[in-house]
Design a protein around this ligand. Sequence first.
Ligand SMILES: [Zn+2]
Ligand SMILES: [Zn+2]
Length: 169
Amino acid sequence: MHEQRAPTRNTLSALLGCPRCHTRLALTHDLQHTTHFTYFRCEFGHGRLTPFFQFLLEKNFVRPVTGAELAALKAKVKFVQCSNCGAPLDLAHDSACRYCGSPISILDPDAVAKTVAQLGQAQARLNTVDVDKLADALMTPAPADAMSPYRIGDLVMGGLAVVAALLVR
Ligand SMILES: [Zn+2]
Ligand SMILES: [Zn+2]
């Protein structure tokens, strides 16, 4: 059933054209410190487009889950969505996306806390990932799909929701 949710965002480059010269944007791999990320760029130098997840990677806002975090998540959630390409990940068997190779990643609370502190809104509560809250955010029952026990969630987007909830409290 989940096979049908094949990655759709990987076909992005086939659809994206430069708004100025209409050339197809080229998928580009880049490396900053130790972080690999990708973006799409016009080969004639008209600019680049960075998908949101890749932007978070580039800014070091996202990191792979630790073994302990993965174990805690597994106890509550079976499937999550690849934050890069949207493919389903089976937490019991996969440690990386089978389609695009991205590791199972979460929002890095330290990087987020640092940025928030720089914005003058330091929140000590951001020091640890609240796995319970993250799992709750991911496990919202899907009324439209009674066959699926849980809506497939995206760990990074789920993490963003948790952070946003902390900030407005
Ligand atoms: Zn161009
Ligand atoms: Zn993927």
